[in-house]
Write a protein of this length. Structure first.
Lengths: 138, 138
DNA sequence: TACTATTTGTTCGTATGTATA
DNA sequence: GTATACATACGAACAAATAGT
């Protein structure tokens, strides 16, 4: 359960696994705040650097959000809207660049959906709010 | 073009933008290696910590891959296979956990595609090798 | 309003380990 | 075996945002 210094796995990945399990197990609920970085470090006996790297992992997995001045918060999962794909339409998913994310107000750890329509047009959606489905047969 | 210490934007994000533009502009080609971290730091007059954080940004955007002992490499974009979606099928994209990525051999910065079929089955695909399309009308 | 304490964000330095060439 | 280069992990200092007094 705790941090094993003799383990080959890096400390920050071990800590990330511990925190991830706590989150998925419901020890921390969506919308709730995690303990402070110093607090987490004291509890597990690791430096702040390792705590921050562990939180980086969880943030890039889309599990938490962080803001300056306040502890990390478990991300809540909003309802998704599903975009219809016709047979010729093509959907690809990739991570947005930092500048695209800033411009489109996409949070860290959220993929970008690109829908290339048959007419050549391109639509982009944040993957935490949108998904895709096929066209229903009429 | 260079790093502006008076700019509000953090050094590592400025450096990430510079390197990203060099990559997209073709200064560095896909498959080619970037200069070493120390080299990049000397050229732009920043510490190795800032260089590593900039490379972290680019790695999580899916632009580069890094391996211990060798300089960062511009990622090449392989051909995508497109999975068909029927009307009732649902596709969502999210980032895999670090453990899922290890298990499925998904590289950093690559989203995971989850296809929830009408029969309740779940298929998962790495988003750098797979996309989605609708069912063609017969 | 203003001040203070807490907390996260950025940047530096140093040391050690490990993989590559 | 040596040199280069990336990965991990510690500490330290300061900036900036938050929250409570």
């Amino acid at each position: 359960m705790g941090i094993d210094r003799s383990d080959m796995l890096p400390v920050y990945l071990q800590l990330a696994s511990v925190l991830r399990q706590q989150i998925t197990a419901g020890v921390h609920r969506p919308g709730a705040a995690l303990p402070s970085e110093d607090g987490i470090g004291r509890v597990h006996g690791v430096g702040r650097m390792s705590v921050r790297r562990a939180l980086d992992v969880l943030r890039h997995e889309g599990l938490i959000t962080t803001e300056r001045g306040r502890p990390a918060v478990i991300r809540t999962h909003p309802e998704r809207t599903f975009v219809e794909l016709a047979g010729v339409d093509r959907l690809v998913a990739r991570m947005p660049t930092h500048e695209q994310a800033r411009h489109m107000r996409i949070q860290v750890g959220v993929p970008l959906l690109e829908v290339h329509r048959a007419d050549g047009s391109l639509e982009t959606y944040p993957a935490d709010l949108f998904g895709a489905c096929g066209t229903p047969r009429t």
